[in-house]
Design a protein around this ligand. Sequence first.
Ligand SMILES: Nc1ncnc2c1ncn2[C@@H]1O[C@H](COP(=O)(O)OP(=O)(O)OP(=O)(O)O)[C@@H](O)[C@H]1O
Ligand SMILES: [Mg+2]
Length: 256
Amino acid sequence: MSARIISIANQKGGVGKTTTALSLAQALSRKGKRVLVMDLDPHGCASVHLAFFPENLRHTSYDVLIAESRESCPWDLAILSGHKSGFDFVASDPRLAGLDFELKSREGKGVILKEYAAAICARYDYVLVDCPPNMGVLLINALVAADLLIIPAQTDFLALHGMRLIFDTLRTLNQVMDRPVSYKVLATMYDKRAGACRRVMWLLMKKLGDKMFRTVIELDTQFREASAKGLVIFDVAPQSRGAMQYERLAKEILGA
Ligand SMILES: Nc1ncnc2c1ncn2[C@@H]1O[C@H](COP(=O)(O)OP(=O)(O)OP(=O)(O)O)[C@@H](O)[C@H]1O
Ligand SMILES: [Mg+2]
């Protein structure tokens, strides 16, 4: 069996991409799945969240993407195992920010991750890729490699506007791909007491139909508590609303 690659992306910042990557990874690993998370955001929020500080690491996702070939790709050195969270991890690196320039003249620079991930696909059931919020070679690699793209969408009007960018990117990319990128939108930070949130949710459901996950992630302060402790939500509050909703998302994905 080969791993399913799930990229989590939205060019709008602060919509819950990193929270979704880590919480979903933990929910899947609690269901006995072998999960790897790759942090492709140069800011490294997922890495810092898990207390993997890029400055202390010799090998990161940068080394994976800059490798000359699939054979020389240092997956074994870059994969960090044994974290309490229950999944494996490849950390970010500030040098990722310079990758657009470094790979400028490299042929096939958008398919590097897809090609190299084939080397580790037998080891995992799921590879989750946490993406940066901006367009560039990192986001393209994550989208090209993805069997499924999860687009977290914060349920407010400005975030709805921000989603246009990721759909424009998908449209452009689909023109050169063999098959269109398969995606689903995940409503995040939903506050059912707020009328504006309910209206945005109604609009999203009307516009996207079955391109929306049935699971909705509501606001929950436990996400911030968990990240302050270098942990993921199931470690600090397994019965919380947030944990249960990511568990439901994992079930939805397993069923798909
Ligand atoms: N459902 C939620 N309820 C409450 N807070 C949340 C929820 N989801 C995420 N957060 C908090 O919102 C902030 C932004 O979330 P996160 O870092 O996951 O977004 P992001 O899309 O990865 O941001 P960036 O674009 O900067 O990478 C974090 O402090 C996180 O703890
Ligand atoms: Mg993030």
